[in-house]
Design a protein around this ligand. Structure first.
Ligand SMILES: NC(=O)c1ccc[n+]([C@@H]2O[C@H](COP(=O)([O-])OP(=O)(O)OC[C@H]3O[C@@H](n4cnc5c(N)ncnc54)[C@H](O)[C@@H]3O)[C@@H](O)[C@H]2O)c1
Length: 695
C-alpha cells in the first residue's frame, strides 16, 4: 500500500505533503503518517521548521468518508491525538493551504502554528450539515482566531468561505495568489527558532462581552433551525470557548459531539449523505462504462414538464430543440419559459444577458426532422399510451442511430413504450418532478432492454443538470408515485373512518411533511386524479369506487384553482379555510358506505400514512424495483417533501424499529374491511423477525 505522506526537505525546512487522493481525507494511515512525519522532522537536527501541505485541490477535505462506520474511523491515532502532536511540536509548523480545507482539515490547519493559504482555497467547518458540531477542537480554535461572531457564523452555517476573505485575520498569516508552498517555506525559515505561538493559548476576542451576543445567537439560531438540534449546540460549544478554559471547553465540545452523534437527526443527515453517494452506483453498471456524448437534446411537448425540462437543460449549457405539433402550443410554451427566466432576473438571480443566451439556445420546431441530429430526446407529451406510441414511432424513424430516446411518463409501462421502436436498448425513462427546473429528483426508469451505457449516460446527464438521480425498475408509478398512491389511500381511508382532513394535514405537518396530503391535493388540482380514476375504471370496465374526492370534483371543487377543494380559498390567497360543505360531503359519503366514524389520535394518523409508504417501499425493494432502501429515501426526500430530519421513510422505519412497524401494520390489516395493501410485505416481516433493518 502506498504511504499517504510524501516527506522531503528544503534546506532546513521539512515539507510534509499529505497524499491521500482524492481529498486528503484524514483516514487512519494519513493520521498515523502525519504524526510519524512530525516526529521524524523533530528528531532531525538539520531541520528547524516544518511545512504541512496537501494537494492543489485539497489541503484536506476532513474525515475520510470511506472510513465512515468502520472501526478504523475511531482507531488511534484519532484526529484528537494528531492535533496536539502537531501543536506541541518543538519546531514551528506552517500549514500551506490550497483547495479545500474543510472540517478536520481546517482543525488540523488550526493546530499548526502558522497558516499560509492560496486566495482561492476554501475554508469551512461543515459538520453541522451532518447534524454534528466540529469534533476535534474546531469550535474552540476558530473563535480564538476569528472572534465569536465570525467563528459562530461559519460553524452554524457550515458554509465554506474563500481564503481571500480571511486576509488580515489571525486565521491566516498570509494569503497568496500563487506559490503557497514556497511562501510557507519562506515563513517557516523566518520563524524558525522563535517562540512558538499556539492557538489553544490565545484568548478569545470579545469573550468578556460575550453574553449579549450569545443570547442573541441562541434566539436566532433556535428560530432558524427548527427540527435540528446541532445548530443550537454549535452556539453552546462556541460559548464554552468564550467562557471556559481550553481544557474544559474541549470537554464540552466532546460531550456535545458525542450526544449529537446519538440523535436521530444526525443519523438522518449522515444517512442522506451516504445515500446520495450510493444512489449514483448501479450494481450491474460498472463505473467505467463508456458514455454516449450528449451535446444537443430534443424535448417533445412544451407543456408544464417539457418547459421545465428544457429549462433544466438550458441552465446546464445544453442546446434544446423544442417540439410541439401546434404553433399556438409552442408559442405558449416558449412564453412560459421566457416568463420564468424573467422572474429569476427580477429576483436578481440571473443576469439579463444569461437569460438571452439561454433563450437563444432553444430551437423551436413543429417538425420531427429537427430531431434528426439530437443525442437525446425527452418526451413530455400527454400521459396516454396512444400519444406516446405516435411520438416514439416518429422518433424511431427520424433520430440518428445511438440517440437516447427518453420518456417522462409518470405511470405508463416503459417496456411497452420501448416496444414502439426498433431500438428498445436506447429507450429509458427520465422522470422529472414538477417544476422540473427546480426539483432535484430525477427517477431514471430502466426498461428490461435498456442498455448499460444508456443508463450510465443518463446518470452522468443527471449530474450535469444538477439532479439527484435514482434508478427505478418498471412498475405502475415507479418508486415515488407507486408509494404515493398508498399514502394517498391511507389518508383517504382516515377521512372515511372518521378523521377530518384538517386533522390529517396537521398531523402530517407536525411530523414534518412540507404540506399535509389534502393541502397538497388542493394545490396540485384534484381533477387530475379524478380523470385518472375515471379512465382506469373505464378501462377495467367497472364503476369508479365512491370517494369523497370524487364528490368534491363532481361539485366542481378542483382545489385552489377553483377556489375550493378540501378547503375553501379566498381570491388571491392560498390559506386554506375550513368549509362545512366538505364535512357534509364526508358525512354523506360515510353514510353511503355505512361507516360509523371514530376518533383518531395524531400519532395513529402519522403511523397509517407513513407505514403505508414503508410497506409499499418494502415491496418495491423485494421486487428489485429499487436497488436499495436508501434509494427510496432519496426519492421521498427530494421529490415528495419528506422531512430531511427523518432521513426518509425507510430510515424512519428503521429508527422506529421494524417490529413496531410490523405490529402496527398487522393491526391495520386485521380491521374489518381492511384493504389488502395493509398486509405486511414479506420482506418487512422477514427483517422484523430476524432483527434486521432496511438500511
Ligand atoms: N405535471 C406533472 O407534475 C408531471 C410530473 C412528472 C411527469 N409528468 C408527465 O409528463 C408528461 C407531460 O405532462 P405535463 O404535465 O407537462 O402535461 P401538459 O399537458 O402540461 O403538457 C403536454 C404537452 O404536450 C403537447 N403534446 C401533446 N401531444 C403531442 C405530440 N404528439 N407531439 C408533441 N407535443 C404534444 C401538448 O400540446 C402539451 O403542451 C406526462 O407523461 C406526465 O405524466 C407530469
Amino acid at each position: 500500500m502506498s504511504t499517504p505522506i510524501q516527506y522531503s526537505s528544503r534546506g532546513s525546512v521539512a515539507v510534509i505533503q499529505m497524499d491521500n487522493p482524492p481529498v486528503n481525507g484524514l483516514g487512519h494511515a494519513l493520521r498515523s503518517g502525519i504524526i510519524a512525519a512530525i516526529d521524524r522532522a523533530g528528531a532531525d537536527a538539520a531541520i528547524s521548521a516544518i511545512v504541512l501541505t496537501g494537494s492543489d485541490s485539497a489541503f484536506s477535505g476532513g474525515a475520510d468518508v470511506r472510513e465512515f462506520g468502520t472501526p478504523k474511523a475511531g482507531t488511534a491515532p484519532t484526529l484528537l491525538n494528531v492535533l496536539p502532536a502537531v501543536e506541541d511540536s518543538a519546531k514551528p509548523v506552517v500549514a500551506a493551504i490550497s483547495g479545500n480545507c474543510l472540517g478536520g482539515g481546517l482543525e488540523l490547519a488550526m493546530s499548526c502554528h502558522y497558516r499560509v493559504a492560496l486566495a482561492t482555497a476554501t475554508l469551512g467547518l461543515p459538520e453541522v450539515k451532518l447534524g454534528l458540531i466540529p469534533g476535534a477542537s474546531g469550535t474552540q480554535r476558530l473563535p480564538r482566531l476569528l472572534g465569536l461572531e465570525a467563528a459562530l457564523n461559519m460553524i452554524v452555517s457550515g458554509a465554506p468561505v474563500a481564503a481571500a476573505k480571511f486576509k488580515g485575520t489571525p486565521l491566516l498569516d498570509e494569503v497568496v495568489d500563487a506559490g503557497v508552498v514556497d511562501a510557507a517555506v519562506a515563513l517557516a525559515q523566518k520563524v524558525a527558532g522563535q517562540p512558538i505561538p499556539k492557538v489553544r493559548e490565545r484568548a478569545v476576542p470579545g469573550a468578556k462581552t460575550a453574553d449579549a451576543f450569545l443570547g442573541f445567537a441562541r434566539n436566532s439560531v433556535a428560530a432558524a433551525s427548527k427540527h435540528f438540534p446541532a445548530p443550537a449546540q454549535c452556539v453552546e460549544a462556541v460559548a464554552a470557548a468564550a467562557k471556559k478554559p481550553w481544557a474544559e471547553g474541549m470537554k464540552t465540545e466532546r460531550e456535545i459531539f458525542l450526544a449529537l452523534m446519538q440523535t436521530p437527526e444526525s443519523r438522518a443527515l449522515r444517512h442522506v449523505f451516504a445515500a446520495e453517494r450510493a444512489a449514483a452506483k448501479i450494481p450491474d453498471v460498472p463505473a467505467g462504462t463508456p458514455l454516449r456524448t450528449i451535446a444537443k437534446v430534443g424535448v417533445i411537448g412544451a407543456g408544464t414538464m417539457g418547459g421545465g425540462i428544457a429549462m433544466a437543460l438550458l441552465n446546464a449549457g445544453l442546446p434544446v430543440v423544442l417540439l410541439e405539433t401546434q404553433q399556438a402550443a409552442l408559442d405558449r410554451g416558449l412564453a412560459t419559459i421566457r416568463k420564468n427566466y424573467e422572474n429569476t432576473v427580477k429576483k436578481g438571480k440571473l443576469e439579463p444577458e444569461q437569460m438571452d443566451e439561454r433563450l437563444a439556445r432553444i430551437t423551436p420546431t413543429l417538425h420531427y426532422e429537427a430531431m434528426a441530429d439530437v443525442d437525446l430526446v425527452i418526451e413530455a407529451v400527454f400521459e396516454e399510451m396512444g400519444v406516446k406510441q405516435a411520438v416514439f414511432s416518429q422518433l424511431d424513424a427520424v433520430c440518428k442511430p445511438g440517440a437516447i430516446l427518453a420518456s417522462n411518463t409518470s405511470y405508463l409501462d416503459l417496456n411497452q413504450i420501448a416496444g414502439f421502436t426498433q431500438r428498445p436498448q436506447d429507450v429509458i425513462g427520465l422522470h422529472f418532478f414538477s417544476p422540473a427546473n427546480v426539483m432535484r429528483l430525477l427517477e431514471i426508469v430502466r426498461g428490461t432492454a435498456t442498455a448499460p451505457d444508456v443508463l450510465a449516460t443518463s446518470m452522468a446527464l443527471a449530474k450535469r443538470i444538477k439532479k439527484v438521480a435514482v434508478v427505478s425498475g418498471v412498475c405502475d408509478g415507479f418508486i415515488g408515485n407507486r408509494m404515493l398512491a398508498r399514502y394517498g389511500a391511507a389518508a383517504a381511508g382516515l377521512i372515511d373512518a372518521g378523521a377530518p382532513p384538517q386533522q390529517v394535514d396537521k398531523a402530517m405537518e407536525g411530523f414534518g411533511m412540507a404540506m399535509g396530503p389534502f393541502r397538497v391535493g388542493d394545490l396540485a388540482g384534484l381533477d387530475i386524479g379524478w380523470a385518472t380514476r375515471k379512465r382506469r375504471a373505464a378501462q377495467a370496465g367497472v364503476a369508479m369506487a365512491p370517494s369523497v374526492a370524487n364528490r368534491l370534483c363532481e361539485a366542481g371543487r378542483f382545489g385552489q384553482k377553483t377556489g375550493a377543494g378540501w378547503y375553501r380559498y379566498e381570491a388571491g390567497n392560498r390559506t386554506p379555510i375550513n368549509d362545512p360543505v366538505v364535512a357534509e360531503m364526508i358525512a354523506a359519503h360515510r353514510a353511503e358506505l355505512g361507516i360509523t366514524p371514530r376518533a383518531f389520535g395524531d400519532a395513529e394518523v402519522v403511523e397509517r400514512c407513513i407505514y403505508a409508504l414503508v410497506n409499499e417501499g418494502a415491496r418495491i425493494l423485494e421486487e428489485g424495483i429499487a436497488a436499495r432502501a436508501s434509494d427510496i429515501d432519496i426519492v421521498y426526500l427530494n421529490g415528495y417533501g419528506f422531512p430531511l430530519h427523518r432521513g426518509g421513510p425507510m430510515l424512519y422505519a428503521d429508527i422506529v424499529g421494524l417490529p413496531n412497524v410490523l405490529r402496527a401494520l398487522q393491526r391495520f390489516a386485521a380491521e374489518p374491511g381492511a384493504d389488502a395493501s395493509w398486509q405486511p410485505a414479506p420482506l418487512l416481516v422477514k427483517l422484523a423477525e430476524s432483527g434486521g433493518s432496511f438500511n
